[in-house]
Design a binder for this molecule. Structure first.
Ligand code: HPA
Length: 238
């Protein structure tokens, strides 16, 4: 069976899927970290690959940008492809610039959002969705084994990348001190919600690419290539 967005056949996709936002990063990660790769999806260029890491099967597929996009792809993986676990391996900006350095990897504990995705999807009225506790422990353990620092944060899953100046004023303080968010990206809220409604597991590792107040930004090249430590931590849970 395939879907309007994914041409994979049953059995083409592993039980664990890593999802960067950028499909070219999915391709780069598959080609550089996995063995025996085969591409299972090219619909809309949202590339997905299955391969092996240290002999264990895993898939890597792009999620696209934003809650609607990851909402569609992750729901299909959980519900129609029998996927158990999805780890988002993405990029983020920071509200707490002093806590992080550019290209640090951050473990997402939970996601705050003003998005109506969860409300529309099944009537969930909360603004916070959570990573799976067992996945969090496995990611912490993986980072420890690799001897990599892994700071933790609640993310603001925003629908907006380009804020008008009057909306940006005070945003950092409000998100940080009112809502407890140290980082900002655009997808984790929907991914964690989909895992909850389908009875599956999800987690998120973010690579810091924007430090707003210090005006530091990773290049497009660095965004595409991502962060190899983040990938090693994610693959370490297999
Ligand atoms: N905002 C939202 N998403 C992001 C950002 C950001 O500053 N950086 C990387 N993904």
């Amino acid at each position: 069976m395939s879907t309007p967005h994914n041409e994979a056949k049953p059995g083409d996709i592993a039980k664990t899927v890593l999802m960067p936002g950028d499909p070219l990063r999915a391709k780069f990660f598959a080609e550089n970290f996995l063995d025996n790769i085969r591409c299972f999806n090219t619909v809309r260029n949202m590339f997905g690959y299955t391969g092996t890491y240290k002999g264990k099967e895993v898939s890597i597929m792009g999620s696209g940008m934003g809650i609607p996009s990851i909402g569609i792809y992750s729901y299909e993986l959980f519900s129609f492809y029998d996927v158990d676990t999805i780890i988002r391996v993405g990029t983020c900006g920071c509200y707490s610039d002093e806590k992080f350095e550019l290209l640090d990897t951050v473990l997402v504990t939970d996601a705050f959002s003003f998005s109506t995705y969860a409300l529309e999807q099944n009537g969930f009225e909360g603004h916070i969705t959570k990573a799976d506790p067992e996945i969090l422990d496995r990611l912490r353990e993986s980072a420890k084994t690799l001897n990599y620092r892994l700071p933790e944060a609640r993310t603001h899953s925003s629908d907006v990348f380009y804020y008008e100046e009057n909306k940006r004023n005070g945003l950092t303080e409000r998100m940080r001190y009112e809502y407890g968010c140290d980082i900002i990206e655009c997808e984790c809220f929907a991914l964690f919600h989909n895992a909850a409604v389908t009875g599956k597991r999800a987690g998120g590792l973010m690579s810091v690419v924007d430090l707003e107040t210090r005006d530091l930004h990773a290049s497009a090249y660095e965004r595409e290539r991502g962060n190899s430590k983040m990938l090693e931590i994610a693959l370490g849970i297999l």
